[in-house]
Design a protein around this ligand. Sequence first.
Ligand SMILES: [Zn+2]
Length: 257
Amino acid sequence: MLIDTHAHLNDPRYRDNFKDIIQDLPRQNVGRIICASYDKRSSVKAQKIASEFDIVYFSVGAHPHYAQDFVKDDLNFYQSFTDQKKLVAIGEIGLDYHYNFSPKDAQKSAFLYQLEMAYNMGLPVIIHSREAYDDTLKILDDNQEFTRNGILVHCYTGNLYFAQEILKRGFYLSFGGAITYKNNHTAYEVITNIPLDKVVLETDCPYLTPVPHRGKINEPKYIKFVAEKIAEWKNIATEQVEQITTQNAYNFFKKMK
Ligand SMILES: [Zn+2]
């Protein structure tokens, strides 16, 4: 059974069909999903979906895109989920210098506040980092105590150097549909040169639909194409990728059963 560690089934695009999508997943060999949030509203929705379906767990947090709207008082809102049994992480939080929808200072400040909050809540962190690996690692290095519950850099699209820097610190990497895109030499270099013991899988749906379904709205069932690509590059069986990444997901998301 595969685990999709990052699925935005709380996205309004799934308003009419998220129940059907989830109910079909056991048949698709997807045994667990983490519904990842990006703001307050999506956090509420993620909690609701997780409460309705055994196989769905969730995270809460404010994405860097919305950092300029983040105020310190929001921490109280996110902390109000503390007692939820299916809350397995804080995220996605971090830095996005590709779009820069929020000023960098606002991004750094929202990131740091939520990093500290995750530590205080005893939860690991799902990090979104786009064209910002330097600053992301600097903030994590300067605040090592807040990283102790675990750090996962989601949808990794960086180079081998940063992958090794992340793994060296004991952090996790997750890979999604982007690795299936044609001529992705960077992903090939990364995956063929790192061990799989800190690697998990994700779809990041509705985004980044893997080949051969690119162009359609992504769904957790397409995660098998990510597993198959890693197996092909590593020259091992897909079942082995499945077994390792599923075990890694349980190791990282300790509250997931
Ligand atoms: Zn995401």
